[in-house]
Ligand binder design. Structure first.
Ligand code: 5GP
Ligand code: ZN
Length: 115
């Protein structure tokens, strides 16, 4: 399978990994859109929220619940936002589910434009 995030998980593409456990890993986004921009990526490949098994959902929620304890080391003590882009309208470009974690600055709500 030609998936960038599976290749990063397997060490075939280098990344700046800042956290890893049995469920998820967190890397720095290669093209940061905020002062701090990380990606939490489940180790098991699936594309969309709609593809998740109950086990995937539990694993991802365990990952999300780790974020508060990582906030200080990630420079996110002022708060952060998590974003999951799904499909074309959201601009999803990598079809291995991932959670953007952004912060390190004031996060204005993005300008949204009608299709
Ligand atoms: P999406 O647009 O699918 O929600 O988010 C994909 C994210 O992955 C983008 O923010 C993009 O910058 C990031 N990205 C794409 N390729 C790589 C890569 O090879 N390494 C890292 N660290 N991030 C990547
Ligand atoms: Zn993958």
């Amino acid at each position: 399978m030609n998936c960038i995030f599976c290749k990063i998980r397997d060490g075939e593409i280098p990344s700046e990994k800042v956290y890893e456990d049995d469920d998820v890993f967190i890397i720095k986004d290669i093209d940061p859109k905020a002062e701090k921009h990380y990606l939490m990526i489940p180790k098991r490949h699936y594309k969309l929220i709609g593809d998740m098994t109950d086990g995937d959902a539990a694993a991802l929620m365990r990952g999300i619940r780790k974020i508060p304890s990582l906030a200080e080391s990630l420079g996110l003590t002022g708060g952060y936002r998590i974003i999951v882009n799904q499909g074309d309208d959201a601009g999803q470009t990598v079809f291995h589910l991932h959670i953007h974690i952004i912060g390190g600055q004031i996060l204005d709500f993005p300008d949204l434009k009608k299709r």
